[in-house]
Write a protein that binds this ligand. Sequence first.
Ligand code: FMN
Ligand code: 173
Length: 331
Amino acid sequence: MNPVLAELHDKARAVLDPVHYDFFAGGVGDEVVLADNEAAFRRLALLPRVLRGNGISQDLPVLISPTAFHRLAHPDGELATARAAGGTTLVSSMASTVPIAEVVAAATGPVWFQLYVQPDMDVTEALVRRAERAGCAALVVTVDSPVFGRHRRDIAHGFHDLPAGLAAENMRDLAGVALRNIEMSPAVSWEHLDRLRDVTTLPLWVKGVLHPQDAVLAVGHGVAGVVVSNHGGRQLDLVPASLDALPAVVDAVAGRVPVVLDGGVRSGGDIALALALGASAVGIGRPVLWGLAADGEQGVRRVLDVLRDEYRHVLAMCGGELTRDMVVARC
Ligand SMILES: Cc1cc2nc3c(=O)[nH]c(=O)nc-3n(C[C@H](O)[C@H](O)[C@H](O)COP(=O)(O)O)c2cc1C
Ligand SMILES: O=C(O)C(=O)c1ccccc1
């Protein structure tokens, strides 16, 4: 691992309450998928193309994936993350410990709002209005969580609520502010997505698609994009690494909307592999939390700087363009 990212992770582990470290680091079940998300990148190699004479684009095809409860990591919480994001799109979790309006006010780049559809559609609509009023540029509906994941580390610690003084602020005055006041519901369906479509003009993304047929349905329901994700190995410990699920989804979507991948992205090389397999961008989850815990705004900035620097280097090495024919198995 890049020594800067390793240092930030080590520091985060050292400074965090072990209960909160385990909340951030942990996965569902035996954590097979958690490990496989990173391992999947190691199973692939990239065949660079030479003498193409391309310049390299300065863009970093990265989003900050939504993660809950940043004030567990650092007192500035999501404010620090938003300030550090710069031009990078921040997908702000519905379970943020700073209200979405303050997150957007602290950001200089785009902020998208991640939403768990609440079974009470009035609550869901009120959340959408908060995101709209705050100035969010898109809604990212997380669809891989019909129920909460069972995280053995949290169960072992008895961690199921936020410490006094911290709350899921976006839920304030809607449904109470305790952690479990964010409801997961197996009754949520494509109809709910259509209802969302009717109540907002914001672009709608779905996050947590693994089956190519669901990606096709999502496109049919008018989504602006699809995030291939297994929730960082936190929902079902039976699924493939998100990288392994990517190509079939890319094929099914067939260029109609962008496909973003998250899960296990830890380097510029990982970003390049995901792009070569057809992702338009990648999302970063835990490394941002480690940067935040280690050094607040500055720590998150360093994570993004390392990824940008590594990605540009890899892209230059590959002739400025990444395509699927360049990806081979590492045998
Ligand atoms: C501590 C933690 C909290 C998360 N909270 C949310 C959330 O509130 N909403 C959501 O859609 N995904 C959530 N996720 C999933 C991330 O958005 C993302 O899919 C995943 O972390 C990506 O994998 P990575 O951590 O390996 O980069 C969370 C992940 C972690 C680790
Ligand atoms: O922990 C998670 O992965 C997550 O998505 C979540 C959602 C709501 C509240 C707390 C965590």
